[in-house]
Design a protein around this ligand. Structure first.
Ligand SMILES: [Cu+2]
Length: 123
């Protein structure tokens, strides 16, 4: 915890990919928000040697979404919206090449609180 106001009391949050390895091609992410706050899932590629959870967090508690391949952030709908409300589901369908990807929630403070995981895409 870094003591910056706004999210130092956020506690631990998590994001789980199930399964964590999928075949390449069309991939549908179905994001079930089992928590008490709105969340989202953004898909970013991981470079060789880069690990999930290691991105720089900016002043507003978010990471850069440059290179994003898409996101699920709409309550009970596909693609981009205002966030997936608690106890609801959002989804998105992407075409992913083989490689390593990071799934993360970029609501302020959520990444630093642990909302990231790796998704591996195999041939
Ligand atoms: Cu979140």
């Amino acid at each position: 915890m870094d003591g910056r106001p706004g999210w130092h009391d956020m506690g631990m949050m998590r994001l789980v990919a199930q399964p964590a390895t999928v075949p390449s091609g069309q991939v549908t992410l179905r994001v079930v928000n089992a928590g008490a706050l709105p969340h989202e899932v953004v898909v970013l590629p991981l470079r060789a040697g880069q690990t999930a959870g290691a991105r720089a967090v900016g002043a507003v508690g978010r990471v850069s979404e440059a290179g994003s391949l898409g996101e699920a952030s709409r309550t009970c709908g596909a693609g981009t919206g205002d966030g997936i409300l608690p106890r609801t589901t959002g989804w998105t369908t992407l075409t992913l090449q083989p490689g390593r990807y990071e799934l993360l929630c970029n609501n302020p403070g959520h990444y630093a609180a642990g909302m990231y995981t790796e998704l591996d895409v195999v041939r």
